[in-house]
Design a protein around this ligand. Structure first.
Ligand SMILES: [Zn+2]
Length: 157
């Protein structure tokens, strides 16, 4: 366990501020759920909450943990499928073209679609901040923050 040397006091309501340095380096945003663990009598651990559902399809069945992500057996099979693997670069190229050529269409895309795009962007760029995510998706920072709130209320982040 690494000592950050950072100390914060509880306020009158028992709240504590997670230092900005920690939030930035650990990719924790306002509104993100945080889990509490008790290590021993003197030590409490805070961790950004990650649901145990499959990162890709939200299923809870036959979920395995791999490189800090949860993935279900059927998505794992799909990913491992060599035919699908060869299609991936093409699909990505399409997506990039879409963003630059039809960004106005994307802005009108339904919130749900944009939520999925945001989830995907976060998966692909786990350390991107809101500004970077906004640039990746071609939307405003405020929209990213709004969508993130939506996702965290839905328990998806
Ligand atoms: Zn899955």
């Amino acid at each position: 366990m690494k000592d950050t040397g950072m100390i914060r006091s509880l306020d009158s309501l028992g709240r504590i501020v997670v230092p900005a340095e920690i939030r930035m380096t650990r990719n924790i945003d306002i509104g993100d759920p945080i889990e509490f663990f008790i290590l021993n009598d003197n030590t409490i651990i805070l961790r950004k909450y990650t649901s145990t559902e499959c990162t890709f399809c939200r299923s809870h069945d036959h979920v395995t943990y791999y490189k800090e992500q949860f993935i279900c057996s059927s998505c794992l099979k799909e990913i491992a499928d060599p035919e699908r693997m060869s299609q991936v670069p093409e699909a990505r190229q399409d997506f990039a073209g879409e963003v630059s050529e039809h960004s106005s269409t994307i802005r009108k895309t339904k919130t749900e679609d944009m939520c999925q795009r945001l989830e995907r962007a976060i998966e692909e760029h786990p350390y991107a901040n809101q500004k970077e995510l906004a640039e990746i998706l071609g939307i405003s920072q405020a929209r990213v923050s709004q969508l993130k709130r939506k996702l965290s209320t839905a328990g998806k982040l």
